[in-house]
Design a protein around this ligand. Structure first.
Ligand SMILES: Nc1nc2c(ncn2[C@@H]2O[C@H](COP(=O)(O)OP(=O)(O)OP(=O)(O)O)[C@@H](O)[C@H]2O)c(=O)[nH]1
Length: 528
């Protein structure tokens, strides 16, 4: 990802990250759930279809068994009567008691000719069934179910069933045939009417005749089954496979299918449902998650903006105040630590850094205004104090005094005892002279062995006061100095200037007066 597309604001980045996580989460959930649920749904659908197929197959099996046993009972009774009228009455009675053969019953002679039909319908009596396989099987002494056929469009497909009629010796004398309309209410009407889902349904298949015997889809009834190779699962079912599977039907639609046997008819029931429909809940779940995410997203963004702003407010405030400090719009000062979190930590660190900065700034300021050896104010600070004192003097009609001190014969001390010993002597001079001054007076070191005393707010008796200070100053040099372990004498020459106008002029005047003191023998003071 190019850096330029990442927003520079932390809030925007976190919101962007949140959106990415939210979308990834939604997408991840959709993909993972889809995979997990797809298998589950397919398995569950297959199990349900198998249960339906088994249930329908058992129902048909029972219907066939009921019909066969009814037919056998009637055939048994027929064997005991001989006159056509009695036989007709017997058939009528049986039909009235249990109308399982909705299209009636036929009594067929051994040569295949229909000798009796109930109810009497045009064209049936006298017709021949000699070529029908079910007739031949029944004639051979075995109950049989024939290939369904359509007699008249109104009745739909009819299923013929046949049983042998035996005489007292057990010989097959006739064949009793029963016709059931497949879609009659007490037969397979339910199968015809059953839909599984919107586009799924049931099929009853005869592998023997390669026919759809019954189907939820009326258009398939008595139509040939697909050719081999068109529908792999159908091919397996035709070869005897019973169970569940996923296949592609003749129309090219993938479907989940389950098969169950109807042994009496040598048929099998297929319960099927297009996979797309079976997995529809998955699609609904997917679109629910995506819609949900689309609804949540704006709320999430608003929530994130509010939370981020509230969490980052102290940070923004810290940055704002730090900006103002660097621009000099507010004084450097520590910031309040509002919270004990990372922002609080950062603010604390900022405060500590600021303290260090203030300390080193104070140190620098001190260094800029003080003599590093003696710690006394330097020439710059002296100039500041002089200008302040002069301003006061002009305001209050007072004067200031400058006492310019230059040590006498300091060079030989340096030469004799070394520079370090000379430094000690300078520090001692600063200590002694500084010690005899008042708090409000200023002692500055402005050069190698040059010191200046600034006395301010002097009134009428200025000369007397200043002279006294100059004398005291000379007196502090009277005790010997211990330099390099040896006692030495040290003195100073002092030039004094009094005034209230120009500080530089006062300094020059005091300096010149100091030179005169040197000329007059050193260890004394001279007035400018
Ligand atoms: N130890 C030390 N010596 C310094 C320092 N700054 C200046 N000096 C020395 O102080 C001396 C001052 O020179 P001068 O005032 O001409 O020497 P002086 O012997 O006092 O002469 P007069 O003022 O005429 O009495 C020089 O030798 C400088 O090297 C310092 O910080 N430490």
């Amino acid at each position: 990802m190019k850096l330029s597309v990442i927003p520079s604001s932390l809030t925007s980045r976190l919101i962007l990250l949140g959106i990415v996580l939210l979308l990834t989460g939604a997408l991840g959930r959709t993909v993972l759930l889809s995979d997990y649920l797809r298998d589950d749904l397919q398995k569950q659908t297959a199990e349900q279809l198998l249960a339906i197929a088994n249930y329908v197959a058992q129902d048909i099996e029972r219907d066939l068994a009921d019909r066969q046993s009814l037919l056998e009972r009637i055939a048994g009774n027929l064997g005991r009567v001989t006159s056509p009228a009695e036989r007709y009455a017997l058939l009528g009675q049986a039909q009235n008691l249990n109308p399982l053969f909705s299209q009636g019953m036929l009594l067929v002679d051994r040569d295949g000719r229909v000798s009796l039909d109930y109810p009497v319908l045009p064209g049936r009596s006298g017709s021949s069934l000699a070529d029908r396989a079910y007739f031949k099987t029944a004639l051979a002494g075995k109950a049989s179910i024939g290939q369904p056929f359509i007699d008249a469009p109104a009745t739909g497909a009819i299923l013929p069933m046949a049983v042998p009629v035996r005489d007292a010796n057990g010989l097959v004398t006739k064949v009793l045939v029963g016709y059931s309309a497949l879609h009659s209410a007490n037969f397979m009407a339910a199968l015809y009417a059953t839909r599984i889902g919107n586009s799924g349904g049931l099929l009853l298949v005869s592998p023997e005749y390669r026919l759809f015997i019954a189907a939820s889809d009326e258009g398939k009834v008595l139509r040939p089954t697909p050719a081999d190779g068109v529908n792999p699962m159908h091919d397996r079912a035709m070869r005897g496979f019973r169970g569940t599977g996923i296949t592609v039907n003749a129309a090219g639609i993938e479907e989940i299918a389950a098969t169950a046997s109807v042994p009496s008819g040598n048929w099998f029931v297929v319960a099927r449902l297009p996979t797309k429909e079976a997995l529809a809940p998955l699609e609904r779940l997917r679109s629910f998650i995506l819609k949900n995410t689309a609804i949540i997203l704006p709320a999430f963004i608003v929530f994130m903006i509010i939370v981020m702003r509230s969490m980052l407010r102290p940070l923004m405030e810290t940055a704002r105040r730090a900006d103002l400090m660097t621009l000099g719009e507010i004084p450097l000062a520590t910031l309040p630590v509002a919270r004990k979190d990372e922002v609080g930590h950062l603010t604390g660190a900022f405060n500590r850094m600021l303290s260090k900065l203030l300390e080193s700034r104070a140190e620098l300021a001190h260094m800029a205004h003080h003599d590093p050896l003696t710690g006394l104010p330097n020439r710059k600070l002296l100039a500041d104090r002089m200008s302040q004192a002069l301003a006061r003097a002009q305001r209050n009609r007072t004067r200031i005094a400058i006492l310019f001190l230059d040590l006498d014969g300091f060079k030989p001390i340096n030469d004799r005892f070394g520079h370090e010993a000379g430094d000690q002597a300078l520090v001692e001079v600063a200590r002694r002279v500084g010690g005899m001054l008042r708090q409000e007076d200023t002692l500055a070191r402005i050069g190698g062995d040059e010191f200046v005393i600034l006395l301010s707010d002097l009134a009428e008796n200025a000369e007397r006061v200043v002279a006294k200070v100059a004398e005291k100053c000379l007196s502090v040099f009277e005790p010997d100095f211990v330099i390099g372990g040896q006692s030495c004498r040290l003195s100073t020459s002092i030039g004094i200037a009094l005034g209230d106008a120009d500080g530089d002029q006062l300094l020059i005047a005091a300096d010149q007066a100091m030179y005169r003191a040197k000329e007059q023998g050193r260890g004394r003071y001279c007035w400018a």
